[in-house]
Every structure is written in C-alpha cells, then in structure tokens.
Design a protein around this ligand. Structure first.
Ligand code: ADP
Ligand code: MG
Length: 249
C-alpha cells in the first residue's frame, strides 16, 4: 500500500492469454500485484516468465483477458502507451544501455526526451540516482568501460530516473559474472525496502527469501503455485515446483 493508503492493486491480470502462432504461451493468467509489493517469479526456461513481464508494459500484446494497470485497462495506445512505458521501468538480463552515450546521458535521456525535464534538473537527479546505486564516480564513462555489475546498476538508475510506479526485472543477474551478482541484488533489496513495486524474474533464492513478499512459480504458461517465500522454498506444493527447486538449490 502507498503512503496515501491506496489499496487498489497496481496491476491486475485477469484471465490473460497469449499465443505466438499456435504456441499457447500464457494460459489464463490471474495475478495481482499490490502497491509496494515485491513479487518474485521463478520457473523453468520457456515457461512464459519474460512474456508475462512484457505484457505488463505492453512490449507484447495479449489475445485474451485483460490487464489493468493503475486503474487503466490496457491496451494503451499513443500517448497512453508512452505514459505506461514511463510508469513501468524494465531492467533486462542484457543491460541494454546506449553504447555511445555516457553513463550520465543514459540516465538523463528518458527524463529529458520523454518527460520534458530540463537538462540541469535531469542531471542533478541522475547524479543522485547514480549515487544511490553506488556509481556516481563513473558518470562520464561509457558503458563498455564499466563491469557488467556496474552497467546493470546504471540500468536500474536509468529506470528510476523516470519515477516509475513499478519496475520489472527480467533475470537481471543472469548474465553477470558470479562476483557481481550481489552488488546488483543489494541495490534491488534497497529498492524493495524503500517500497518500490517490483516484479522480479530470478533464480536468486537468497534475494527471494530476503526481499520477496510473494513467490509465483510459472511453468508451461501457467501459474502453478503462489506462496510466501518461506512456504515455497520449504514446502512447495506441486511436484513441478519441487522438481525445479531440487535442480537449482
Ligand atoms: P521464459 O522467460 O520463462 O523462459 P518466455 O516468455 O521467454 O519464457 O517464452 C515462453 C515461450 O514463448 C517459449 O516457448 C518461447 O520460445 C516462446 N516465445 C517467446 N517469445 C516469442 C516470440 N517473440 N515469438 C515466438 N515465440 C516466442
Ligand atoms: Mg525469460
């Protein structure tokens, strides 16, 4: 719930279906994300986790059911779509920074171009955010000069710069060298503590245990199980989830 006490869910998926040709990728998904909630989505590869994320900011359309974001039924079009995209940040496995822009420019680009925020104000805010993710000293470097963990922290700062209502993380640490995973997770744990609404696809069980309010297990396009992290990791209800956990833990 937000400080102003808004108890309506931020995101509601109702009987959402999605096909890629004859492949049924999302099957009657019903899912609610509350304001300030950290939802971790786990499950085997190909289960539909990325597609689920992408439908929420409408990088993918759906072909059945509906998605309500902050009281508005998607599909958003035109200006509504631009607004939705600015309200839902996304952090991908492959950092997706602009290679030919400095770190600072990567963070100010959205606010200045999309939000029309003045350069000075955007710069000031960018430096605050880079400070928050521990990377302010690198502001004038280019992405290739940073480690993967640093680049991913920049990607998080870039998402935050739009003042999103929610951030979707799709396997944000999967492409990182092991020694860089924790620095990114620490930033995410900080965001969670600050009350950011987050949907996080990850196999990082330590993160799920520390930060998640709820874990959703997705397989074959369906939500097979939904529980608190404690319950899920110690007492998974379905064979499918138990089998998956036995392979990754
Ligand atoms: P996950 O993120 O859980 O690994 P995805 O959502 O990426 O799963 O994919 C779910 C299924 O949809 C997979 O079978 C995948 O091959 C298929 N798929 C994903 N994106 C596309 C696409 N753009 N076109 C066709 N099939 C796709
Ligand atoms: Mg995926």
């Amino acid at each position: 719930m937000t400080e102003n006490g808004d108890a309506t869910p931020l995101v509601q998926l109702e009987n959402v279906n999605k096909h890629f040709g004859s492949l049924h990728v999302l099957k009657d998904i019903n899912l609610t994300v509350s304001r300030g909630e950290v939802l971790v989505v786990i499950g085997p590869s190909g289960g539909g986790k990325s597609t689920l994320c992408r439908t929420i900011n409408r990088l993918e359309t759906i072909d059945g059911g509906r998605i309500v974001f902050d009281g508005n039924v998607l599909p958003a079009e035109g200006k509504g779509l631009a607004r939705l995209r600015s309200e839902v940040g996304m952090v991908f496995q492959s950092f997706n920074l602009f290679a030919h822009k400095t770190i600072r420019e990567n963070v100010t680009l959205g606010p200045t171009k999309v939000r029309g925020i003045a350069r000075d104000a955007a710069d000031k805010r960018a430096m605050e955010l880079l400070e928050r993710v521990g990377i302010a000293s690198q502001a004038d470097k280019y992405p290739a000069q940073l480690s993967g963990g640093q680049q991913q922290r920049v990607a998080i700062a870039r998402a935050l710069a739009m003042d999103p209502k929610m951030i979707l993380f799709d396997e944000p640490t999967s492409a990182l060298d092991p020694e860089m995973v924790q620095e990114v997770l620490d930033v995410m744990i900080g965001l969670a503590r600050d009350g950011m609404t987050m949907m996080v696809v990850t196999h990082e069980m330590g993160f799920a245990r520390r930060a998640a309010h709820r874990v959703v297990f997705m397989a074959d396009g369906q939500i097979a199980e939904e529980n608190t992290p404690d319950e899920f990791f110690t007492n998974a209800q379905t064979d499918r989830a138990r089998d998956f956990l036995s392979k990754i833990l």
